[in-house]
Design a protein. Structure first.
Length: 94
């Protein structure tokens, strides 16, 4: 049960990240007839918390790249935690 919930959380966060990343690219570059929107990255901020709060010290040119990469840290964290949970569940069954 815990393994299934963990996998669903990782898949859900990854899907939200891909949606937010797509919206960021479409809104930033004005693809598909959309006007360029300076607030296109707003959906990436909550997915990258708490790492996105640490971006204020970076130079202006690196902030968009760091904003895109911040949610990947959380996805990696949840993936590692799910693998550890899976290993513990399998060890408990044996």
């Amino acid at each position: 049960m815990a393994v299934t919930i963990c996998r669903m959380v990782v898949i859900g966060i990854t899907a939200l990240y891909l949606f937010a990343l797509g919206y960021f690219v479409i809104g930033t570059y004005g693809l598909f007839g959309q006007e360029a929107d300076p607030m296109a990255g707003v959906f990436l901020l909550p997915l990258g918390l708490p790492w996105s709060l640490l971006l204020t010290g970076l130079p202006e040119a690196l902030r968009p790249w760091a904003l895109v990469a911040a949610p990947l840290i959380n996805i990696a964290f949840f993936t590692v935690m799910c693998r550890r949970t899976t290993a513990r569940v399998r060890a408990a069954k044996n």
